[in-house]
Ligand binder design. Structure first.
Ligand code: ATR
Length: 284
């Protein structure tokens, strides 16, 4: 579609940015809803990210997404933070307010929960304890959102235990209900007994990486298994879980759903996550 002089503008800042699927995602919605707007990839090196974010209002941008490695710098640069971004210490969505101020949000946890709700209808965080594997940036959003949604307990295991302890100390201090408990890497299979949800947030199982080592024998048949990895869509973990009858939810939906609040704020329309969108984003 043609971009007019009045087009609403947004984009995604990252370094590198070439592999980001966000331009395709928002581009699909813009086309689909016939919106006069553009969403562009913005390759911004770390030493210019603050300057680039500050320039958004001057350029007439409605806002932008922020991805690796800029989420923490964005957190420190914006003028206002919503409660979730403050808790995460990271911003993935910036909205330029009416007054020109930069509002930082974090929608990763929202995307994670919405993906589970739509991929496993009837699933609720309060169904039982969750086991979260990995303690990187993605794990932070996953753990905080599960606690906010009412998970009675979140078990957190990471190859490097100290990172899990650090995450638990950061996230657990706020008002969320439930409790985070960390455990040693070797105990992850024992912990499966009695959990209602298993989440892989590590890079294991991604194309080119070895599968996550996790024998699912002790996992209850009613538990839901999900993976943050979405290349491939069906990771070895999800394949194994499905084969034994557990419900599985693939990871691309988290990417699709986390984009909704930003799109609505910048372009003025609540977008829908559909199979067509998923196919377009996964293409190529
Ligand atoms: P991000 O912040 O983007 O989530 P990250 O910080 O690199 O990415 O986190 C990757 C996660 O995968 C970490 O939990 C990491 O564990 P460590 O903290 O011990 O590094 C986990 N991970 C990476 N390789 C792994 C492996 N071979 N076995 C188990 N976990 C692994």
């Amino acid at each position: 579609m043609t971009i007019s002089g009045k087009a609403k503008l947004a984009g995604v800042m990252g370094w590198p940015i070439g592999h980001s699927r966000s331009p395709r995602l928002h581009g699909y919605w813009l086309e689909r809803y016939g919106i006069d707007g553009a969403y562009v990839p913005l390759a911004v090196p770390p030493d210019r990210i603050e300057q680039a974010i500050r320039a958004l209002p001057a350029l007439g941008f409605r806002g932008c997404n922020v991805t690796v490695p800029h989420k923490e710098t964005a957190y420190r640069t914006v003028d206002r933070l919503d409660a979730t971004a403050r808790r995460m210490g990271a911003v993935n969505t910036i909205v330029v307010g009416e007054d020109g101020a930069l509002e930082g949000r974090n929608t990763d946890g929202f995307g994670f929960i919405e993906n589970l709700k739509s991929g496993a209808p009837g699933w609720k965080a309060s169904d039982g304890p969750a086991l979260v594997i990995g303690a990187g940036g993605a794990a932070r959003a996953v753990v905080a959102s599960l606690l906010d949604e009412g998970a009675p307990r979140v078990w957190l295991v990471n190859r490097t235990r100290a990172r899990a302890d650090e995450l638990a100390a950061d996230i657990g201090n706020s008002d969320g209900v439930g409790a985070i408990e960390t455990a040693d890497w070797v105990s992850r299979e024992t912990l499966l007994e009695g959990v209602a949800l298993v989440v892989n947030t590590t890079t294991q199982g991604m194309a080119g990486q070895p599968p996550l080592e996790l024998d699912l024998r002790a996992l209850p048949g009613s538990a839901v298994v999900t993976d943050i990895v979405y290349t491939p869509l069906m990771t070895p973990l999800l394949t194994a879980a499905q084969a034994r009858g557990n419900r599985v939810v693939d990871g691309v939906g988290m990417l699709l759903h986390q984009a909704r609040p930003g799109f609505a704020a910048w372009f003025g329309r609540e977008p829908e996550v559909t199979e067509g969108l998923k196919a377009a984003v996964l293409q190529g």
